[in-house]
Design a protein. Structure first.
Length: 323
């Protein structure tokens, strides 16, 4: 096994070389100055918990119904990433298990590294496997550090015991943070909110990514009623996912617009930002327009939206069954 100091030096040297190549490749077709980083209306920003980092209220999701996670769609993925930059997106979410997502982001983001925030994830629960996956993520993303490194889709208490055990992934987080390979740590989940809440109580994570949408409140065990209070008490950053439930919430019989779906989640007390994947550049543009015009909903408006989802909550929380 590579020692930690050797590993750190190896990573930095390798990433430096990769970054140089990536920048040279990107600069042949586009320079930083050629990218407009603001939409018509700048995206509102919030400070992500106790990280002190200001993030736009909308980030780009790297999995789901998007070319970013599909092999054979590199051209479409790169066009979407470049469009996101032009529209003011600075938070990019991906994971080691999202197919080619990290590779696609690594073809564009290195030239803008100081201006963007990269969040990626590992589903490994032990120390050595998590370290190895982090190394691969750095290589694919062509960067020498990750802004938010997260433990991916943690679903069961038994996983927490492995993560926080003697040779668990938490040890890899601590050493990677100490060596400045990662800036902040996080945990993600869409299955069992009690598990995420317990993890936030047991360990000083900097942020959490959880499923939150307008149907979640009707679930017998809602994330919004369990995780948000713990995160707020500890001033932990909260990023919302599954906001439109892969588009199902926007079908007839539920919500009428992305404004309702996104506005609801961003109006929940304790939520700092959300990530939404896009099927196309046009859809991304629409999402950014909604986010740029966001105004918080009042309690009465939130209640009205919850009423609209009362009969369709099960089909819009289908991902809660995933582990």
């Amino acid at each position: 096994m590579i020692s930690f100091k050797t590993r750190r030096n190896f990573l930095l040297t390798g990433m430096s070389l990769l970054g140089t190549v990536a920048c040279q490749q990107n600069n042949q077709s586009q320079t930083v100055e050629e990218v407009a980083f603001s939409p018509v209306q700048p995206l509102p920003e919030r400070t992500l918990g106790n990280t002190g980092v200001s993030v736009p209220i909308l980030g780009l999701g790297g999995a789901g119904q998007t070319p970013l996670s599909k092999y054979g769609q590199e051209k479409e993925a790169i066009a979407q990433i470049e469009a996101a930059l032009k529209l003011g997106i600075r938070y990019f979410d991906t994971a080691a298990s999202y197919g080619p997502s990290e590779d696609y982001l690594g073809k564009v983001l290195p030239s803008y590294r100081s201006q963007v925030l990269i969040a990626t994830k590992t589903d490994k629960r032990d120390y050595d496997s998590a370290w190895r996956e982090l190394e691969q993520s750095l290589k694919r993303l062509k960067t020498d550090h990750i802004d938010f490194w997260q433990l991916h889709h943690v679903s069961f208490e038994e996983e927490l015991e492995r993560i926080f055990g003697k040779n668990g992934a938490a040890k890899a987080i601590e050493e990677a943070k100490e060596q400045k390979i990662i800036r902040f740590s996080g945990i993600t989940g869409h299955h069992e909110p009690d598990v995420i809440a317990n993890a936030l109580k047991r360990y000083p994570f900097d942020m959490t990514l959880v499923s939150l949408n307008a149907a979640d409140v009707h679930h017998p065990r809602p994330f919004s009623k369990t995780v948000l209070s713990v995160a707020k008490e500890k001033n932990i950053g909260v990023v919302a996912m599954k906001v439109p439930a892969y588009g199902r919430l926007l079908k007839p019989g539920a919500l009428s617009s992305m404004n309702q779906a996104m506005g609801y989640v961003l109006s929940l007390d304790g939520v700092h930002t959300c990530i939404i994947a896009a099927e196309s550049v046009q859809q991304l543009q629409g999402n950014v327009q909604v986010a740029s015009q966001f105004q918080p909903f009042n309690p009465s408006q939130l209640s009205e939206i919850e009423t609209l989802t009362a009969k369709v909550w099960e089909e819009n929380t289908f991902f809660r069954r995933w582990t």
